[in-house]
Write a protein that binds this ligand. Structure first.
Ligand SMILES: [Zn+2]
Length: 466
């Protein structure tokens, strides 16, 4: 009985060792077999436009993922037909429902070498952006997935999209989380999900707004497939048969790379400068993540109550795993706010670490109130110092002097005219008087000793009348 138990145990151990050896051996074997130039056989590719029928996919911002994926998939199909030595199939070419199992079974039915599932993304809080590729967590499929993912993301990076990297997502029971990958791998078909960009975030919206852009994604996917399988096209005049694929490293290294689900190790902020007049607060931000690139940051100025939308961490690249260690962050602080700043550093798995807090010693002041201009300008020393103003003043003084001089001239002229008229009047009167006297003397012969008196009276009376 004991002997039998030992034999069973030994048999189990041997079986496990063989299985383990087969598992370790198979990646290299299978990976090499996938290359067209190695097998000399036709490559069979299945393109899977994600969703369809009742399953709309994401519908954020007026988009409809099931339609977008079909446009991209058809462009990918057309482009791949231009290559030699490849057979291309599509899981659906119309708007219809298909389970993930049916898609994988279709791939199996055509003896597919690879299934490429085409998707567009949206995040729960509409704050993530960039491109990513999901692959199986199980060797050798993880290796195939990583190598293809590297090719396709290299294409998409050229468009200016943020690289979120090639990743795995474990589900229940040690199986892959994503159904299309899980179902395909269960039928021994390598499969990946290409999430081209996020339709619900402003950074990515500009990349997927037109049919032309969706088709461009499809052609880029096709180029990545051609590079992955080392295809040639005389029509396109390209030959990728010598194309080198990305190095996957050891299984452990690859697993760590594809499943770096730990938070960034550090995120720290440090005060640099406060410009209270212009409402600017400058801090230095540093962060570190040993197994994943830092891709985004966001900040709060109210001690962590609310955060701004995610911004790109300088030089963050989830494909190469690189990012800048530290950068300068200049914040606009609204007047009257006493900021308490905290920064979040995000890695490619959307896991963040919060920094230390920086509390401002004082509130940022309100800008000085703008004075209402007074209706009558009050001259100030500064204004008088101004040369233009001074010339205006001088001009005003000249005018006043001219007016005064003119008035004096007019008055003097009038006085002169009055004097002249008076002189003339007197002369005329004297002449009249003389004429009268001579008439009296000559015509009437009047003469008396009171003549003088009468003459005086006459003169006087005339004088009174005048
Ligand atoms: Zn989708």
């Amino acid at each position: 009985m004991l002997l039998k138990k030992n034999r069973i145990r030994r048999a189990l151990c041997t079986g496990l060792a063989v299985a383990l050896a087969a598992l370790l051996w198979s990646p290299m074997e299978a990976a090499a077999a996938l290359r067209l130039q190695d097998t000399g056989e036709k490559v069979v590719v299945v393109i899977d436009p994600g969703h369809g029928g009742e399953n709309l996919g994401t519908t954020e911002n007026g988009h409809e993922e099931k339609s977008m994926t079909l446009v991209t998939a058809l462009a990918m199909y057309e482009e791949l037909l231009l290559y030699e030595g490849v057979e291309v199939h599509m899981t659906r070419t119309e708007d219809k429902d298909m389970t993930l199992k049916e898609r994988a079974e279709f791939a199996k039915s055509v003896d597919a070498d690879f299934l490429f599932s085409i998707h567009y993304n949206a995040s729960e809080y509409h704050d993530a952006y960039g491109s990513e590729v999901w692959v199986s967590m199980h060797p050798p499929y993880s290796g195939y997935g990583y190598q293809f993912g590297y090719e396709v993301l290299t294409q998409l990076r050229e468009l200016g999209l943020l690289m979120r990297g090639v990743k795995t997502r474990p589900g229940e029971g040690g199986l892959d989380y994503y159904g299309i990958i899980r179902e395909s791998v269960s039928l021994e078909i390598p499969a990946v999900i290409i999430e081209h960009c996020h339709v619900d975030e402003v950074h990515d919206e500009g990349f997927c707004g037109s049919a032309e852009q969706l088709e461009l994604f499809g052609r880029m996917d096709a180029t990545a497939v051609a590079k992955y399988f080392g295809l040639k096209s005389s029509v396109l005049n390209v030959d990728y048969s010598g194309h080198q694929l990305a190095d996957t490293g050891s299984e452990e290294q690859l697993d760590a790379l594809l499943n770096a689900r730990t938070a960034p190790e550090t995120c720290r902020i440090q005060f640099m400068d406060a410009d209270y007049e212009n409402g600017k607060l400058t801090l230095s931000v540093s962060g570190a993540d040993h197994d994943s690139a830092l891709l985004y940051y966001s900040y709060s100025i109210d001690g962590g109550e609310t955060f701004c939308k995610r911004e790109t961490w300088p030089e963050g690249d989830g494909l190469s795993g690189s990012y800048r260690d530290s950068f300068v962050l200049e914040l606009d602080i609204p007047p009257g706010v006493c900021p308490e700043v905290v920064v979040r550093a995000y890695n490619g798995f959307d896991i963040y670490t919060e920094s230390n807090h920086y509390e401002s010693p004082m509130a940022f002041p309100f800008p000085p109130a703008v004075e209402e201009p007074s209706p009558v300008p009050v001259p100030s020393p500064e204004v008088q110092a101004d040369s233009d103003q001074a010339s205006v003043e001088f001009k005003d003084l000249d005018t006043v002097i001219a007016v005064v001089m003119f008035t004096i001239a007019v008055v003097l002229t009038m006085m002169l005219v009055v004097q002249i008229l008076e002189v003339k009047r007197r002369r005329r009167r004297r002449q009249n008087y003389n004429r009268q006297i001579s008439q009296e003397r000559e015509g009437r012969g009047y003469y008396s000793p009171h003549g003088g008196m009468r003459r005086d009276r006459y003169y006087q009376s005339r004088n009174e009348d005048g």
